[in-house]
Each structure stands twice: as C-alpha cells, then as structure tokens.
Design a binder for this molecule. Structure first.
Ligand SMILES: NC(=O)c1ccc[n+]([C@@H]2O[C@H](COP(=O)([O-])OP(=O)(O)OC[C@H]3O[C@@H](n4cnc5c(N)ncnc54)[C@H](OP(=O)(O)O)[C@@H]3O)[C@@H](O)[C@H]2O)c1
Length: 246
C-alpha cells in the first residue's frame, strides 16, 4: 500500500528521542520532509547525525531547540516553517504532577495545535495526530494527573475533529507500554527488574511495544491513505486494555 506521504511536510514536537524520534524517522522514510523540536540541542544534534547518509531516508529532516511550553517560541518556529500537511503533538511531561501535566500536556498541546491550524489551511490532505496514552482510560492512583490529562486531550482532539473537518483530519494514537532506549520503562528495566517483569506480563503479547511499532500506526493514520479516518482514538497497546471501547 502506498501511504502517499511522499513530498508532504510534517512537524513533530519532541522528536529527538523515543516515540517522537521513531515518528520522524518513519515519516522521512516514507518521503516526508520532517521538522521536529526538542529542548536539548545535544539530543537534536545526535538525532540528526543518525540521519546523515542513512539509506532509505527519502525526506529531509531538520530540528529546532525549543520548549513547547514557550508558545511564542513555538509560534515563531511554525511561522518560519510556513505551510505543512501533518502535525504530530507528541510532547508530554510524562509526570504525575498536576502542574507539570497541565502546563506541558494540556496547555502547551492545545496552544501548539491551535497555532498549527492556519499553517495547514492550504494542504489538501491535512492531518493532526495527537500522541495520547492507554493511561487515558485506566485508573492510576499514583499518577492520576498523567492519565486524566491524556483523557482530556483525547476529548479535545475529538471535538477539534468535528470543528475543523473536512479541512483537517484529527485523530489520537494511544500507545501502550513502550520500551524506549533511556526512556521510562528502560530505567525501570535497569533499576527494578521485578516491576518490569510485571509490566511485560500485563501485556498479552508478553513484551512492550517498540517505538517503531507506534510510529508505523501514526504514519498510517496521518497519511492520505487513511483519508476516511477522523475523530478516532487508536489504541496501539498490544491488547493490554481489557475493556471494550464503545
Ligand atoms: N513510552 C511509553 O511507554 C509511552 C506510553 C504511552 C504513551 N506515551 C506517550 O508518547 C509520547 C512520547 O513519549 P516517549 O516515551 O517517547 O518520551 P521520551 O522518550 O522522553 O521523548 C520525549 C521527547 O520530547 C522532547 N521533549 C520533552 N519535553 C519537551 C518540551 N517541553 N518541549 C520540547 N520538547 C520536549 C524530548 O527532548 P528534550 O528532553 O531534549 O526536550 C524528547 O525528544 C508522550 O506523549 C507519552 O505520553 C509513551
């Protein structure tokens, strides 16, 4: 299947590592020109260096150091990029702290998404794909802020879809437990092997997802090949969320 991503322009927030970096790579492999941001210049340089001379990378990749909670900086970056087709708000504070979750996951994501809308107006295949989490549908007494804000954002994205369709398709992709090198679960694996084993066991596939397994779904949902997919919340959780979503 041709995803018809070749020649499109994509913007990814938080693209120097983890799921965001995998999304950048998969979109570029499919021929998108991709711009991503992250706070640390060193991480950006490392990510960009990995793309130099990489076989199979059809699109160009560029990175910008900025913090998504600085809306003025983010707006300036989008203005410099000009028009684009695909926007992937991926940054999370990955925190159970209410202030951090509200500032980064809620306020910055909504501000960035609203700021992106005018830059997608000229695209004939505009798509926003928010990176949510299965945590948005699971009670989590020790990290309620993270899950509650993910649920709020899935709600916002659904409402936004109905607001901006037919011009822009808006969807959420909600990953399950994902093993990212130097990421959250990688640290648990190193520091608390018993907890890591429990996380593996709660996944019917007996393992965590790779970032690439999430990114491939994000690329499809964001692509013209998914032209009738809108207002949906896609769980990429290896079957680990047991309840029926209706
Ligand atoms: N990993 C999982 O198991 C899992 C499961 C479900 C959902 N998710 C979701 O997937 C998304 C990515 O998670 P991840 O595990 O891939 O995270 P990660 O490995 O920690 O990567 C986060 C990326 O975002 C950047 N970033 C962080 N804060 C930023 C900010 N304020 N402004 C700009 N860039 C920022 C980081 O670079 P700098 O630090 O240099 O800024 C990095 O490039 C999140 O929305 C998360 O909730 C993850």
């Amino acid at each position: 299947m041709d995803l018809k991503l070749y020649g499109l322009k994509a913007v990814v927030t938080g693209g120097s590592s983890g799921i965001g970096a995998a999304i950048v790579r998969v979109l570029a492999e499919e021929g998108c020109d991709v711009a991503f941001c992250a706070r640390g210049q060193a991480g950006i340089d490392k990510a960009l260096a990995a793309y130099v001379g990489r076989a199979g990378l059809a699109g160009k990749v560029q990175g910008r150091a900025l913090d998504v909670t600085d809306t003025a900086q983010l707006q300036q970056w989008l203005t410099e990029l000009g028009g684009f087709d695909i926007f992937i708000p991926n940054v999370s504070a990955l925190s159970g702290d209410w202030d951090a979750a509200i500032a980064t996951d809620l306020r910055a994501t909504v501000a960035a998404t609203e700021a992106a809308l005018p830059f997608m107006a000229a695209s004939s295949c505009a798509a926003i794909t928010y990176i949510g989490s299965k945590a948005g549908s699971l009670a989590a007494p020790n990290s309620a802020a993270y899950g509650a804000i993910k649920a709020a954002l899935a709600h916002y994205m659904k409402s936004l879809a109905l607001r901006v369709l037919p011009a822009i398709r808006v969807n959420t992709v909600s990953p399950g437990d994902t093993l990212v090198i130097d990421g959250f679960w990688d640290k648990v694996r190193a520091e608390d092997p018993a907890s890591y084993l429990r996380v593996q066991q709660r996944n019917p596939l007996g393992r965590l997802a790779s970032a690439e397994e999430i990114a491939r779904v994000v690329a499809f949902v964001s692509s013209p090949a998914a032209s009738f997919v809108a207002g949906a919340n896609w769980y990429v959780d290896g079957g680990s969320v047991a309840h029926v979503q209706i």
